[in-house]
Ligand binder design. Structure first.
Ligand code: ADP
Ligand code: MG
Length: 727
């Protein structure tokens, strides 16, 4: 039998910790709710309180108030059994029990009942509370059943439905919130219904009555937000769909607003403390390069982001900027031109790439451009010889070197600059936050920091995860690029694919063939790669095939890559070592073997290796035929769009923001209660704008509204997030 609810008298203030309740000003009702143990709520009591704490982490009135339903059910409509089809959601049925039949003994004891609504019958099953049900429910009486029908052995049945005697008013219940509960709670008769009941008790409790607004009235007016108390009532017990939506919007806004307030306050506080080198003027290096050596007109987006950075670097504050641009959008030239600004103002600059191959490529292109305008650049990687290394160290200290290009070798403590003014990190996701921080100490005044990434991060995520960085986006590809045509082919199509590759090679193009390689499966993966290499050689005897994988010695790897980059080899068979940044514009075909084993953003990165020249390029995803629904969707996204941001959004929807590149290292806990970064971009933007506006007016939060916000922030962020981690 269900545990009888134990009613407690509301606690006297003396029961509260420290007896401090009288001292807490009325405003701080959230604190009071948070300090009131859930066991004091009518209908809870010590046993249920323990269960709530252990299973749902609900310890206080506040915790319960902010434990929102994960979905809502319309309780005003009744289904017909004869209309049930396929996978069914939670529904209501109205009818009578025909029979009750207890089965089994002891732990296996259960109760089967047959229920009819006149259009058909459905079996209803209980695995506990058998005695209670036998005594309280009766055949012949009319009931409303609420539950989720499942198909078992070809028939629908419903386990543990909610059962109510039918009354016409029952259908006036409208929308009802459904809460996530655990198995253990169900076993102890702590059902959705029970949770709804205690939530109702909370909403009627005097402590809830005194909940006060957390947002300034001006904010509420500007964004037409529902007042807090009304929103909390409607999120749990919505009076209508419209009111539910308004309450959701209000609560999402509030959640994201305080998150943004916290991030922005942190950044602005830091910026105020950290002075930056002032790149006051645009000088000869920049201008002469722009006039005489730039080989193509910059795209509008490139110009815009250069302007954004010029503004930052001239402001006297240290720049911390994230530059996002899809693969091939032309980030390198932007990076180089900001380096010219540094040089024009008497500062050195460095750029750090995640691999030696990439660092060398940068050295080739940037080194050449630097030379043209009379600047000296050097390459420093793990394989730089000692003598060369010493020379570089010397020239960095003397100021003879203007630009240093390298791998992480460049952040080693032995590398010291005369006057580093700008540090650029390419393909950021390979670098941790700690490494980024190391760059700060390369000069007494930290250099401006520009982080570049080709892994498009949805704006919403960037605003939160990289909330401490300002974001610039190159959202335009250089003209003349043809979108890559992407197709999905199954393994039995290999011969047709080879035929196609042959045709492209005949036109003088080059081709990548990529295999997955993961550590857990390394041996098998390497074998597949080797076999693939042999098969390709057999099929293309008149072409040269280069071969690269991560386990090779760096020298050998560079040699093989070099063969392909220079056009001496026509086909490159490799693992994902080529994933990032490599630029061979003549390559027009990217074949990805076992494409089902790659994530979306990785597939998009790989695809970005082609489509860099003027020719039509192709990306061929090879996969097995049997695919899970999710994998099929992933591959379909690839064939349907070339837009890195769309891919990234989809990726985030599929994987959830917690798994996205960069979130683990960011230190941001992803414990949003109601907002969803994948779908609430509009609200997030509004919340950020408003936070920005408020902080501009009252950074110290000294006004009456400011004090109220400050208090809420202190309350929220001392609870679960360590914001000091971000940077
Ligand atoms: P990514 O953003 O992936 O690092 P890159 O900087 O390597 O892209 O640029 C890709 C290619 O596009 C390079 O060959 C570069 O020279 C070329 N490129 C960059 N900007 C432009 C432009 N505005 N017009 C034409 N080509 C450009
Ligand atoms: Mg690049």
């Amino acid at each position: 039998m269900a545990e009888a609810p134990k009613y407690h008298t509301p606690p006297s203030p003396l029961y509260l910790r420290g007896g401090a309740i009288a001292l807490i000003p009325k405003r701080q009702t959230m604190e009071r709710l948070a300090k009131t143990d859930i066991k004091y709520l009518p209908g809870v009591g010590p046993r249920r309180a323990e269960l709530l704490g252990k299973e749902l982490d609900i310890h206080s009135f506040y915790d319960l108030l902010y434990y929102f339903p994960f979905r809502y059910i319309d309780r005003s409509t009744i289904h017909k059994i004869s209309d049930m089809q396929g996978e069914m959601p939670y529904i209501q049925l109205k009818g009578r029990f025909l029979s009750f039949a207890p089965q089994g003994e002891g732990a296996k004891r259960r109760l089967n009942a047959l229920f009819t609504d006149g259009t058909g019958t459905i079996e209803v099953v209980w695995f506990n509370r058998v005695k209670y049900i036998m005594e309280n429910y009766h055949t012949g009486k009319e009931y409303i059943l609420f539950g989720k029908p499942t198909i078992y052995k070809g028939h629908y049945n419903m386990a543990h439905p909610e059962v109510d005697p039918y009354k016409p008013e029952a259908l006036n219940r409208g929308l009802v919130g459904v809460y996530n509960l655990t198995e253990k709670m169900h076993n102890r008769s702590f059902t959705t219904r029970a949770l709804q009941k205690i939530v109702k008790a909370l909403l009627e409790h005097q402590l809830f009555q005194s909940v006060s607004e957390t947002l300034p009235q001006s904010t509420i007016n500007r964004y037409k937000l529902m007042p807090l108390k009304e929103a909390l009532i409607n999120i749990h017990t919505p009076q209508s769909i419209q009111l539910l939506q308004q309450s959701q919007r209000r609560l999402k806004f509030e959640e994201l607003f305080f998150l943004q307030m916290n991030i922005l306050k942190y950044i602005k506080g830091r910026n105020a403390q950290v002075p930056g080198h002032v790149f006051a003027h645009v000088g000869e290096h920049f201008n002469s390069f722009y006039k005489s050596y730039l080989k193509f007109p910059l795209t509008g987006a490139q110009k815009r982001v250069i302007k954004e950075m010029r503004h930052d670097m001239g402001s006297g504050k240290q720049m911390n900027r994230l530059l996002q641009g899809d693969v091939g959008s032309g980030k390198t030239i932007v990076a180089f031109m900001t380096m010219l600004l540094a040089a024009d103002n008497g500062y050195q600059a460095c750029i750090m790439a995640p691999t030696e191959i990439l660092a060398s490529q940068h050295y080739e292109s940037i080194g050449e451009m630097a030379q043209a305008v009379g600047l000296k650049a050097a390459l420093l990687t793990g394989s730089t010889r000692k003598k060369e290394r010493e020379k570089i160290h010397e020239q960095l200290m003397s100021g003879e070197l203007n630009i240093l290009i390298g791998t992480h070798a460049l952040i080693e403590d032995t590398v010291k600059f005369k006057n580093l003014g700008l540090a650029i990190i390419d393909e950021q996701h390979r670098f941790g936050v700690a490494q980024r921080a190391k760059l700060w100490h390369k000069n007494t005044t930290p250099p401006h920091v520009l982080v570049m990434t080709a892994t498009p991060i949805p704006r919403t995520l960037a605003m939160t995860v990289y909330g401490d960085l300002d974001v610039s986006v190159i959202d335009e590809l250089p003209p003349g690029r043809k979108p890559v045509t992407t197709v999905l082919r199954y393994e039995n199509n290999h011969m047709a694919v080879y035929h196609f590759i042959g045709q492209e090679l005949k036109k003088g193009r080059q081709c990548y063939i990529v295999y997955p390689l993961i550590e857990e499966n390394e041996k098998l993966d390497l074998r597949a790669l080797e076999e693939g290499y042999e098969i390709i050689r057999e099929n293309f005897p008149s072409y040269r095939v280069a071969y690269v994988h991560g386990k090779m010695k760096p020298n050998e790897k560079d040699y093989q890559m070099g063969l392909f980059a220079s056009g001496q080899a026509h086909i490159l068979v490799s693992t994902t070592v080529i994933e990032v940044g490599v630029n061979v514009p003549n390559a027009s075909v990217m074949v990805i073997e076992n494409a089902e084993r790659f994530g979306l953003s990785q597939l998009h990165q790989l695809r970005g290796r082609v489509g860099r020249g003027a020719d039509q390029s192709y990306c061929i995803l090879m996969s097995k035929y049997q695919l899970s629904k999710e994998t099929r969707h992933r591959l379909k996204v690839m064939t349907e769009t070339n837009d890195g941001f769309v891919v990234a959004e989809e990726d985030m929807k599929l994987r959830g923001p917690g798994d996205m590149e960069g979130t683990q290292q960011s230190g941001v806990a992803f414990n949003l209660r109601i907002a969803n970064l994948a779908s609430d971009g509009v609200v997030l933007q509004a919340a950020r704008d408003e936070a920005q506006r408020i902080l501009e007016e009252d950074f110290e939060l000294k006004s009456a509204d400011g004090k109220m916000l400050q208090r809420t922030m202190r309350f929220l962020f001392s609870r679960d997030t360590n914001w000091g981690m971000i940077s």
